[in-house]
Design a protein around this ligand. Structure first.
Ligand SMILES: N[C@@H](CCC(=O)N[C@@H](CS)C(=O)NCC(=O)O)C(=O)O
Length: 260
């Protein structure tokens, strides 16, 4: 089994979490997104959306992180990460859908506006434009352009923060009555939300978690899982995380004064 992924990418983190929760062994192929390796012809043949992750297994190519995780849970069922009862399964899928439909794009916005923009600003403008122009999806491309140009002042930024608030509220409401997002057992939903809480934390937005006690308790519990160390901590490039934190500190006052 081979995973094309990136250490910092949230969708890659959620698939690595499932691989390690299920004790599966896998081969790593890192795709450097800032160098544009997602746009090579070989990679586009595997994943025409020019995004990570992509899984190759038993002769199949599987894309879309949520579907990769469902595939892994179906194909390797010894340790299952899907709850047994139908309503919990519905809760799991409702959350993973909200994450895919809304939170993921919002996370890209806050990541680029706060964390990635400083390093892009130090590169030649034409080089950055060329990278942005390769993004196949027009709406993602124009959002990226706006956020790289305007940072936290981009109109998309406040919307993205509010989406984080709404999905974190939803998650916290599920966690009022149960230890994990989809019930009594750790599931694909917990793997799916984890990277977004982590990213908010790294970008200086830990208050989005800490202000919601049930979510904060859940975040601590996810980080304490042995799989988290192998799937996430082991891959985190410390200088990049320190850069994210410093960039978060640098815009904290500006963010606090934005109308929400
Ligand atoms: N819906 C896709 C989204 C994947 C995605 O957006 N991946 C990001 C990293 S988290 C990426 O590869 N971005 C490439 C880029 O920024 O050019 C999935 O769930 O797999």
């Amino acid at each position: 089994m081979k995973l094309y992924h990136n250490p910092l990418s949230s969708c890659s983190q959620k698939v690595r979490m499932v691989l390690h929760e299920k004790n599966l062994s896998w081969e790593s192929q890192v795709i450097d997104l800032q160098k544009g390796e997602q746009f090579t012809a070989d990679y586009l043949a595997l994943n025409p959306n020019a995004v990570v992750p992509t899984l190759e297994d038993q002769g199949h190519t599987v894309i879309e992180s949520t579907l990769i995780n469902e595939y892994l849970d179906d194909a390797y069922a010894d340790i299952t990460l899907k709850p047994a009862n139908a309503n919990s399964r519905y809760q799991m899928r409702y959350l993973t859908r909200r994450i895919d439909d809304a939170l993921h794009g919002a996370c890209g916005v806050i990541t680029y506006a706060i964390g990635v923009r400083p390093s892009l600003m130090s590169r030649p403008r034409e080089e950055v434009d060329a990278l942005i122009n390769k993004i196949p999806d027009p709406s993602r491309r124009e959002t990226r352009r706006s956020v790289v140009q305007l940072g936290v002042q981009a109109p998309e930024f406040v919307t993205a923060l509010n989406i984080h608030g709404a999905v974190f509220d939803l998650a916290a409401s599920f966690l009022q009555s149960q230890p994990w997002l989809a019930g009594e057992s750790f599931s694909l939903a917990d793997c799916a939300l984890m990277p977004y809480a982590l990213r908010a934390d790294h970008l200086g937005l830990a208050n989005e978690i800490n202000d919601r006690p049930a979510l904060s308790r859940w975040y601590d519990a996810v980080q304490a899982r042995p799989a988290f160390k192998d799937a996430v901590t082991a891959w985190l490039p410390e200088p990049a995380i320190a850069g994210f934190r410093a960039a978060g500190d640098a815009v904290a006052n500006e963010i606090a004064s934005l109308p929400r």
